[in-house]
Write a protein that binds this ligand. Structure first.
Ligand code: GLC
Length: 557
C-alpha cells in the first residue's frame, strides 16, 4: 500500500463529526448557533482529531423538521450566517486538515419552497411535474409511514392543486420526482454548486426514498433507479475527484450493499451501518458480544474504495427497527424503559451516557469499540464529552440540545436569555455544570481525553479501517476480540462487555521467537508465545488495543 492512499481515499479512515450549526456555538447572542460560531470552535474539532465535518442542513428553512425542510437548496439560512461565513469556515477547516461535507436533502422540499408553491398553483406551472401527483391516493397510502405520531398517509390532498401529492416524511415535505429529467439536472446543479464552493462531498438524506418515486421512474426511461445514483456519483467525480457520498440507507444488509453499486463501487462511497449499530445495542443490553459478532459476520464486503460509516448515535431517534419485537423490547428494558424515552414504537430518543447509567468505563469501552471496528466512525456533536438528552424536549429534539462548553450561562453556548435559545440546555446530572468541554480538557481521565487518544491511535493504525478484520475465538463469552491485518501490520483489540474482569487466551501471530504485543491505549508489553498464543487480562468493561511487533519491525509506539 502506498502511504498516500490513505490521503487519496481519505474517507476510508476519516473521523467524521456531525453538528447542527444552530446548536453548536452562538457568536451574536441571538440564542441560535451560527457559522461564525463553528469557525470559532474549529480548534476544538482539530484537537479532537476530526478530519471531516458533516454540517447538518444550513439552508433557508421554515424549520419544521430541524432544517430538513428546505426552501432554497442554494442558500444559507440568514439566521445562521451568509455564504461568506460558510467560505470562511471552509477556509479555516482546510487549514486544520478538516474536510467539510453538506447534508444533501433532495428527496423532498419544504411546502414553502417556491417550486412547490408554483407547482400547487396550477397544472401549467413549469414545476408541477417536479413533484408526484395523483387524483386518488393509492390503496397502500398508509404503508411505510416514517413519523406515525404525526402522519397517517403518504399522500396529502392539496386544495389549491386539486390533487394528492406524495410525501414520504411530514406532509409539509412534498417529495421531488426524480423521474423528471429537469429535477435530476437541478439536483446535479445543487451538487455542483456546493462542490465548487469547497465541500468535499455530501451526506445523502433518505437515499432509498429518493430513488423510489412510487413507480413513476419506470416511465422515465431510466431502466433502474440505481442508474440515477450512478449518474450522480459520476457527475460528482467529474466535478471534484476525491469527493464522497455518505448515504443514509437503513435497510437489511443485502439491500444496503446494492447502494454501493458494482464491485468497483460506482454509487454511494459510504453507507451507514444501521444494522451493526442496532446489533451492538442488543449486545450491550445482554453484556454479550455475540450479536455484534453475528452482524459483522453477515455484513457484506464493501467495494475496495468504499467504506461503512459506523456510529453509536446520531441526530435522529436510536432506531431499533431492524430488531425483532422481542429483541427491541430487550433494548428498551435495558436502556429506555420509560415510555417518554421511546419514539414511534421503534426507537429511543436518548443519548448513550444516560442509557449506560453514566458508567464512564462502559462508555469508554463502547467508543473504543467504535474506533477499532472496521469502518469510518461518525460522531454526533457532544458525544465526545458524554452529553445526555433532554426528555422535556419534543420528539427527536431530545438529543439536539446545545453543545456544552463551560459551566457558564447556557453552558457557554450563548449569552442570550435562556428563554430565547434555539433549544433548551440539558439540566440535571448531564447539565453543563457536570458535563462540559472546559472541565474535560483539564481532566486526563475524561471521556474527551479518551476520545482524543482513541482518535490519535485510530489514525496511526490504518489497519483498523483498511485492513481485513478477523474475529478471534476464545473461551470468555463476554469479551469481543478481533484483529485487523493490513500488509505487515496487525492490531488486536479486546472489548469486555461485562462488568467482571476476564482473561483470554488467543492465537494472534504465526509461530516465531521474539514476537510481542504492545498496548496502544495503556502502557504495557506482553510476550507472544512461540506457538503464537497470548494470554491477556481485560478489566470489567475494559478495552485493549495491541500492536503485534515482530523482530525487526520499526514502529514508534
Ligand atoms: C432523514 C433525517 C431526518 C429527517 C428526515 C427527513 O431521515 O435524518 O432527521 O427528518 O430525513 O428529511
Amino acid at each position: 500500500m502506498r502511504l498516500t492512499e490513505t490521503a487519496d481515499v481519505w474517507w476510508k479512515n476519516a473521523v467524521v463529526y456531525c453538528l447542527d450549526v444552530e446548536t453548536f456555538f452562538d457568536t451574536d447572542g441571538d440564542g441560535r448557533g451560527d457559522l461564525q460560531g463553528v469557525s470559532q470552535r474549529i480548534d476544538h474539532l482539530a484537537e479532537l482529531g476530526v478530519t471531516c465535518l458533516w454540517l447538518m442542513p444550513f439552508y433557508p428553512t421554515p424549520d419544521r423538521d430541524d432544517g430538513y425542510d428546505i426552501t432554497d437548496f442554494y442558500g444559507v439560512d440568514p439566521r445562521l450566517g451568509s455564504h461568506g461565513d460558510l467560505v470562511e469556515l471552509l477556509t479555516l477547516a482546510q487549514d486544520r486538515g478538516i474536510r467539510v461535507i453538506a447534508d444533501l436533502v433532495v428527496n423532498h422540499t419544504s411546502d414553502q419552497h417556491p417550486w412547490f408553491r408554483s407547482a400547487r398553483e396550477s397544472r401549467q406551472s413549469p414545476y408541477r411535474g417536479w413533484y408526484v401527483w395523483r387524483d386518488e391516493p393509492p390503496p397502500d397510502a398508509d404503508k411505510g409511514i416514517v413519523f406515525p405520531d404525526q402522519e397517517d398517509s403518504l399522500w396529502q390532498y392539496d386544495e389549491e392543486a386539486g390533487q394528492y401529492y406524495l410525501h414520504r416524511f411530514y406532509k409539509h415535505q412534498p417529495d421531488l420526482d426524480i423521474a423528471n429529467a429537469e429535477v435530476r439536472e437541478e439536483i446535479e446543479r445543487v451538487i455542483g454548486f456546493w462542490s465548487q464552493l469547497g465541500m468535499s462531498g455530501f451526506r445523502v438524506d433518505a437515499v432509498p426514498f429518493l430513488l423510489d418515486t412510487a413507480g413513476a421512474l419506470d416511465a422515465s426511461g431510466l431502466p433502474d433507479p440505481h442508474d440515477y445514483l450512478r449518474d450522480l456519483r459520476a457527475f460528482l467525480d467529474r466535478r471534484r475527484g476525491q469527493s464522497m457520498l455518505l448515504g443514509e440507507v437503513n435497510l437489511p444488509y443485502p439491500d444496503v450493499r446494492r447502494f454501493f453499486g458494482d464491485e468497483d463501487g460506482d454509487e454511494l462511497t459510504m453507507c451507514f451501518d444501521f444494522i451493526g449499530m442496532q446489533r451492538l445495542y442488543l449486545s450491550l443490553a445482554r453484556n454479550d458480544p455475540a450479536e455484534l459478532v453475528q452482524a459483522l459476520r453477515s455484513r457484506p464486503d464493501r467495494p475496495e474504495e468504499g467504506q461503512w460509516g459506523t456510529f453509536v448515535r446520531n441526530h435522529d431517534e436510536l432506531t431499533l427497527d431492524k430488531l425483532s419485537d422481542e429483541e427491541r423490547q430487550e433494548v428498551f428494558d435495558a436502556f429506555g424503559p420509560a415510555e417518554n424515552m421511546q419514539l414511534y414504537g421503534r426507537g429511543l430518543r436518548r443519548r448513550l451516557p444516560p442509557m449506560l447509567g453514566n458508567d464512564l468505563a462502559r462508555l469508554k469501552m463502547v467508543y473504543s469499540l467504535l474506533f477499532s471496528l472496521p469502518g469510518t466512525p461518525v460522531l454526533f456533536y457532544g458525544e465526545e464529552i458524554g452529553m445526555g438528552e433532554n426528555l422535556a424536549a419534543e420528539g427527536r429534539n431530545a438529543v439536539r440540545t446545545p453543545m456544552q462548553w463551560t459551566t457558564g450561562l447556557n453552558g457557554g453556548f450563548s449569552t442570550a436569555d435562556p428563554a430565547e435559545l434555539a433549544a433548551p440546555v440539558t439540566e440535571g446530572e448531564f447539565g453543563p455544570e457536570h458535563v462540559n468541554v472546559a472541565a474535560q480538557r483539564r481532566d486526563p481521565e475524561s471521556l474527551l481525553n479518551w476520545m482524543r487518544l482513541l482518535i490519535r491511535r485510530y489514525r496511526e493504525c490504518p489497519e483498523l479501517s483498511w485492513g481485513e478484520c478477523t474475529i478471534l475465538e476464545h473461551e470468555s463469552p463476554s469479551v469481543f476480540a478481533h484483529r485487523s491485518d493490513h500488509e505487515d501490520g496487525t492490531i488486536v483489540a479486546l472489548h469486555n462487555f461485562a462488568a467482571e474482569p476476564a482473561r483470554v487466551t488467543l492465537a494472534v501471530a504465526g509461530a516465531g521467537v521474539g514476537v510481542q504485543a504492545v498496548d496502544l491505549l495503556h502502557d504495557g508489553t506482553t510476550d507472544v508465545q512461540e506457538d503464537g498464543m497470548i494470554c491477556l487480562d481485560v478489566d470489567g468493561y475494559g478495552s485493549r488495543w495491541l500492536r503485534i511487533i515482530r523482530p525487526g519491525d520499526r514502529y514508534i509506539l
